[in-house]
Design a protein around this ligand. Sequence first.
Ligand SMILES: Nc1ncnc2c1ncn2[C@@H]1O[C@H](COP(=O)(O)OP(=O)(O)OP(=O)(O)O)[C@@H](O)[C@H]1O
Ligand SMILES: [Mg+2]
Length: 291
Amino acid sequence: MTVTDTTTPVAAASHGAPILQARGVTMRFGGLTAVKDVDMTVNEGEIVGLIGPNGAGKTTFFNCLTGLYKPTEGEVTLMGSVIPPRPRAVVIAGMARTFQNIRLFANMTALENVMVGRYCRTSSMALTSILRGPKFRREEAETRARAQELLDFVGLGKSAEHLARNMPYGDQRRLEIARALATDPKLILLDEPTAGMNPQETRQASDLIFKIRDSGLAVVVIEHDMRFIFNLCDRVLCLVRGEVLVEGTPAEVQSDPRVIEAYIGGGDDDESDESDESSDLGPATTTEVSE
Ligand SMILES: Nc1ncnc2c1ncn2[C@@H]1O[C@H](COP(=O)(O)OP(=O)(O)OP(=O)(O)O)[C@@H](O)[C@H]1O
Ligand SMILES: [Mg+2]
C-alpha cells in the first residue's frame, strides 16, 4: 500500500498475516554473542516495540534484519520469502529503516535526500540517466513529486529546499523517515526515532508513526522512552544480553518484574560504563506509565 497524505485513523489496528518472521537469529562478534536465538514475528498493521538496556543487541538485531550484517545463524523472511542478507535486496523486498545515528546526505536538500530513497523503485538506469531522454525526465518529475508528497506527509513540506545539515535534529529524524518511506516499504524499522527530541517533538513522532501504520505499513520501533513505547505499540519485546527476556502487550511487559530488574541491573554488569545511559530508563520511567 502507498503512504498518502490523507490520514484515516484506524481505531484499532486489525492485525493480519505475518509480514516479517525472524527465526533463531544469532549474531556473534568473535567471542561476543550480541544477539542470541531471537525469534520475532511482525504482522500486518502492527506496531512492535523493541526495548532493552544499552548494549542489549537491539541495533545489532536490526542490522541482521536489514542485511547490514549476515546473521551467524538464523533466517529472516519477508512475506514468506527468505531475504538475502544484503541491504539493497532487503529494501527491494520491502523493508526500510532509519538509523540510531542519523545517516542523511548532509549537503543535499531535504527533497534530494528523499529522492535518493526513491531511486530503488525507478527504472532509470545509468544509460537512461546519461541520455537524459523523455523517460528519464518523466521519472525524475515523478520522483520529485513523490518526494514532496512524502515531505508533506512527515510534516516537512516547507523544508524541501533546506540542506539536511542545517535542519533541526528532530526534523532530520523525520527526514530519515521520509527517505525510508520513499522506498515503498511494507515494513519500516525505526531505531530510536525520538532520541534527542523534546516532549512535543516526541508526541509528534508518535502521531507520525500511527499515521504510517494507518497507511498500511507494519512498524518495528526501538526506543528507550518507555512512555512512548507503551503508548504506541501493540506488542513489545524486551531484549537483554542478546536474548528475548519478555514478549507481550505493553501492559504485560511494563508490569513484568524481570523487565524492571533488567533496567535496574543496567544490562551487562561486567561491561564497563557503556550502560551508564540506562539510568534514565530505570524503573521510574518504566512504572510511571499507567495506561
Ligand atoms: N560491529 C560490531 N563488532 C563488535 N561488537 C559489536 C558490533 N556491533 C555491536 N557490538 C556489540 O554488540 C552488543 C550489542 O550492541 P547493540 O548496539 O546492538 O546494542 P543496543 O541494544 O542497540 O544498545 P543501545 O541501546 O546502546 O543502542 C554490544 O556489546 C556492542 O558492543
Ligand atoms: Mg542501539
